[in-house]
Write a protein that binds this ligand. Structure first.
Ligand code: SF4
Ligand code: SF4
Length: 200
């Protein structure tokens, strides 16, 4: 499992390989065997997309867990700050300029692959904030305590719902803001809401 120490290690590892340049993630690189076999990213895959620690601690920032070259670019068009670099080829993996990203989450709602998350480590002294896409019904309520799930769907703790953003004119995916234990910032990627089922 990808834990908090791994998050730091991942950022350092990425910088050490030269993948992280001037606050910009360069996602090019071979997918791990685990990612190819299971669809679940390994630490080395995440190392390419998780910002360096100083960026993660500064405030909310987008984490693009997009690893497959497919013809898709709504993330580019949704970002009003130019933080997603123009695609040379629509099959390119997105590249993010973390210095421009303010964690607004517009790209989270726009991504059809549900591959983007906004993470704010240090939301409080003991918690992190995660903005995640959520396409199930019913949507949770603000203040509700829900299950916190990892990438495999395993419950790893609890999350408190901070905000629920519904898409305008039903275009895009609802974005749920959750507060989790600080060390779960790069572990939790879904929630379990009692009675939830996939929406239309
Ligand atoms: S979170 Fe906002 S600023 Fe950052 S990449 Fe996404 S749309 Fe752009
Ligand atoms: S919109 Fe989502 S799936 Fe499509 S390229 Fe961007 S991050 Fe990847």
């Amino acid at each position: 499992m990808f834990g908090p120490d791994d998050a730091s290690a991942a950022g350092v590892a990425a910088a050490g390989r030269g993948d992280t340049v001037a606050g910009t993630v360069a996602p090019a690189g071979a997918a791990s065997g685990q990612l190819r076999r299971t669809g679940l990213p390994a630490v080395e895959d995440l190392a390419r997309v998780i910002p360096p620690q100083e960026v993660r601690r500064r405030g909310p920032v987008a984490v693009f867990e997009c690893f497959e070259r497919i013809p898709c670019d709504p993330c580019y068009w949704s970002c009003k700050r130019g933080a997603v670099k123009p695609f040379g080829d629509i099959n390119d993996l997105p590249e993010v300029d973390w210095e421009r990203c303010n964690g607004c989450g517009l790209c989270v709602a726009a991504c059809p692959g549900l591959a983007i998350f906004v993470v704010h480590e240090g939301y409080t002294d003991t918690t992190s904030l995660i903005k995640l896409p959520y396409e199930f019904l019913p949507l949770p309520e603000v203040g509700q305590v829900v299950g916190a799930l990892d990438r495999e769907g395993t419950r790893v703790g609890e999350a408190r719902v901070v905000r629920v953003q519904k898409p305008r004119e039903k275009v895009g995916t609802p974005v749920v803001w959750i507060e989790v234990e600080r060390d779960l910032a790069h572990v939790v990627r879904n929630i379990a809401v009692a009675g939830g089922e996939r929406g239309e």
